[in-house]
Design a protein around this ligand. Sequence first.
Ligand code: FAD
Length: 412
Amino acid sequence: KDVTKIVVVGGGAGGLSVASQLEHNFKSKGDIVIIEPSDKHYYQPLWTLVGGGIFSRKDSEKDEKDCIPKGTTWMKDSVTQFKPEDNIVLTKDGKQVDYDYLVVATGLAIHWDKVKGLKENLGKNGVTSNYSYDSCEKTFDFIKSMKPGNTAIFTFPNTGIKCGGAPQKIMWLADDYFRRQGMANKINIQFNTAGVSMFAVKKYSDALDTMAKEKGITQNFKYNLIEIKGDAKEAIFETPEGNKTVKYDMIHVTPPMGAPDVIKNSPLADPASGFVNVNKETLQHVKYDNVFSLGDSSNLPTSKTAAAITSQAPVLVSNLISHKMGLPLKAKYDGYTSCPITTSYNKLILAEFKYGNEVAESLPWDQSKESYFPMFLKKYVFPFAYWNGMLNGHWFGKNLLLNPVETPKINK
Ligand code: FAD
């Protein structure tokens, strides 16, 4: 057979990046099918800036049909079952789709229902979240409504999440907004996190910790949000000293997240996390060698971001092609990820790191210090690069337009 059939499950940041890069390599030798149920595609990193009132949520959205890479086929459907032993997936519309290679990029699942009262109150009673297109605009409405003496709470759950910085990015934007309205230190801002520090990487965590103290932000560690009583505007946290009820005027919730059921309940799952069980360097499944995964649905032990995908996609593509050609899988992902932590309306701390939380900075200065240039990147360059470069396979993150990964030629 001279055409290789590759099924990509999920047409988000990871799925489309990989599908385009596969298409550039396989051309007429590949039949690339993307299974994606949604009519819309979102640039989720913008939701932080939408919550801060800098952009409208419409700026984060495009029609999926306009994002599907040329030369690939979109199947508007969703996968309900993976059967890797038979090289097929089953879909909601009752189809059975076979493949030579499978790439899983379904993203993660957000468990809105795991915090009692959250779903019912989202978007009202001061309860908001940037983790959804529906509510991210509400965040700015609630920020604007704060008055001296009010309490604004920002939470971080007791699960892994996508973009580990996002729960606090919006807090720093809110703090800057209050200062610009002449309410510096007049709002009681609390960062109530289930974690034990401000950030996973010590260098950035220390900088953020100092900043919180300077700006009078209360840090409550080991505070896990379990319930919201919308009418009373009360949030209940599990803490080592027992449950605590805190009154709020606005609360930005980062909900618990985890592996989607369709993966968790499949043979592809890592029993510990429920995410797709891949080799952390090659991105190949540990058991099924024609299955690969990247992005939020994989169990890669790094922070789940779109920036990480810019490094993962070329590695996955190179290794999938090597496997097809019968060559050793030489490309290796080093865990690179990046998190632009907006610390005000015009500055940010650009955290960049790899496996083992090892700092891996690209700019010629200490990135734990707030600076203007990366905020310019976050507001204008990254969104442009995402829509015009990443989704069509030409943007390689910190390597800009240069693919750093050697990829074998397809000659069979
Ligand atoms: P997604 O982009 O979520 O795409 C998954 C796709 O799979 C979706 O289109 C979905 O419809 C589809 N799907 C789901 N289930 C199925 C199924 N069963 N069958 C078929 N298709 C399915 N990253 C950064 O790099 N920098 C940032 O500053 C940043 N900030 C963020 C701020 C917020 C508020 C949020 C929410 C995210 C942020 N991120 C950031 C993270 C980034 O958006 C994600 O890591 C990235 O989108 C992950 O890409 P993905 O392809 O794995 O998943």
